[in-house]
Write a protein that binds this ligand. Structure first.
Ligand code: FES
Ligand SMILES: [Fe+2]
Length: 457
């Protein structure tokens, strides 16, 4: 197995070492907890005139409770899984050999039957990076959609996206480039490109006042709901719709998840219109998903199971949207209906889904974005938001959601794309979905090509 990250605990476990990663906030919380524990200790000593084991235990318990309380109740969750974490457990006996495992995963990805796939990069708004990962006057490199982006934020907070490679001598400006005003300066010889239009506006250290008429590609971008989106269109058409604004000051951010999967971009959201898979793949209780042992499975089966009812349709008002409605209940001990949730998911364009789960005291919203990092590697990021009264519950909902997502990922990692699926009457929504998704492909949308010319490739 690759190094395991227990995100919530900030502990990284490798074969030979345990690394504790602690942030300044965590150090502050630990110090405050210890200080309080010492106060309790001193107070108790003062009261009793002597110290005893009970006092020490009480003081340590206070510190521990405070620290756990911070982790469980206050800190937003951060669930991260790389490709190596999910779906490839059967490949390697030696779970610790991460290099060997990654090589096996690459081999499995190469050998996977691809099928007759639609184009690999759809037209529309695609999230490149999360807003908080591009700080003021910073630049970040993102490789996605077969392109190379330099995403930078000017001093006044405006986001610009330019092609990352400098036309002068090919330096990648996102590595060491400087944000100057609303422009990006290349670190190699100082050519500077405007964030407004990509034109070269200055050449550092040049005595010539003539600025060459060169430019880099300026990408249309927008920043909404904590994500930075680029407008990608194979025919270079301008945007005719925008991601809606969802987040307001009454909603609290309660955590994120990040996953990678080896599949075509369409397979991920198509899953919502595949209504019949809910009642099998997402039925079992328990965390282990597809890799659960039979013993564990039978224990969980005794505890209960998930029940799903769902419907899917294209939005009547806006053609680039779909509406999925899911009714979920958990049948405790297979008898008592608990955990009733009505969820509505809107897919907006090819790479954005907004999932709203209604409870009697408020709504928890999960924003999901999908980025085609490579033709067959998708990055899925989810952010969870809620009103304050649901702030303890929302991280748990995100964790439950990722348990279900990870079951899908195991399937996606290994499945082939079936161009003409054999659908039952109940599964016709899947075909409607594919018909709907065609609007995001155009004549020049990049296609996946796979050449097998020899036995070695
Ligand atoms: S390579 Fe960018 S300025 Fe020379
Ligand atoms: Fe699913």
């Amino acid at each position: 197995m690759p190094p395991t990250t227990c995100g919530d605990l900030g502990v990284r476990v490798t074969r030979f070492q345990v690394v504790i990663m602690i942030s300044p906030t965590q150090i502050l919380i630990i110090c405050l907890s210890l200080k309080l524990a010492l106060d309790v200790y001193e107070y108790s000593k003062y009261q009793n005139g002597y110290t005893n084991i009970k006092t020490t235990v009480a003081a340590m318990s206070v510190a521990f409770t405070l620290y756990c309380g911070y982790y469980l109740l206050i800190r937003p969750v951060n669930i991260r899984r790389t490709l190596a974490h999910l779906g490839y457990d059967g490949l390697s006996q030696n779970q610790w050999a991460s290099n060997e495992r990654m090589n096996m995963i690459k081999q499995a990805m190469k050998l996977k039957k691809k099928g007759q796939m639609p184009p690999v990069f759809p037209n529309g708004w695609i999230s490149l990076i999360e807003s908080d990962q591009v700080k003021l006057e910073q630049v970040q490199y993102v490789s996605a959609l077969g392109e190379h982006f330099a995403v930078f934020r000017s001093k006044n907070g405006i986001i610009n996206i330019l092609d990352a490679y400098c036309p002068h001598l090919g330096s990648n400006m996102a590595f060491g480039g400087s944000v100057i005003g609303n422009s990006l300066q290349c670190p190699f010889h100082g050519w500077t490109f405007s964030g407004n239009n990509g034109k070269c506006v200055k050449i550092a250290n040049s005595c010539s006042s003539v600025i060459p008429r060169v430019s880099v590609k300026k990408w249309i971008s927008c920043e909404e709901n904590g994500f930075i989106f680029v407008w990608y269109h194979a025919e270079k058409e301008p945007p005719h719709w925008y991601p809606p604004k969802l987040i307001n000051k009454n909603l609290l951010y309660r955590g994120r998840s990040e996953h990678y999967t080896n599949s075509h971009v369409q397979e991920i959201e198509e899953n919502g219109a595949d209504l019949s898979h809910f009642s099998l793949l997402h039925k079992d209780a328990g965390v282990g998903g597809l890799y659960m042992s039979q013993v564990l499975k039978s224990i969980w089966n005794y505890v209960g199971h998930h029940e799903w009812k769902s419907s899917w349709k294209v939005s009547q008002n806006e053609i680039h949207k779909t509406e999925l409605e899911i009714e979920h209940t958990f049948e405790l001990f297979n008898r008592f209906r608990v955990g009733e949730i009505i969820a509505k998911a809107n897919q907006i364009g090819p790479g954005l889904v907004i999932l709203n789960m209604k409870f009697s005291i408020g709504t928890i919203s999960i924003i999901q974005v999908i980025t085609p990092v490579e033709p067959l590697i998708q990055k899925i990021v989810q952010h969870v938001y809620c009103p304050w009264q649901l702030s303890l519950f929302a991280p748990l909902v995100l964790k439950m959601e990722t348990i279900m997502l990870e079951r899908d990922i195991v399937i996606w990692n290994h499945k082939t794309y079936v161009e003409k699926p054999l659908c039952t009457k109940e599964e016709l929504t899947l075909l409607s979905y594919r018909q709907w998704f065609k609007q995001f492909y155009s004549e020049n949308s990049p296609k996946f090509s796979f050449k097998k010319e020899t036995m070695e490739w």
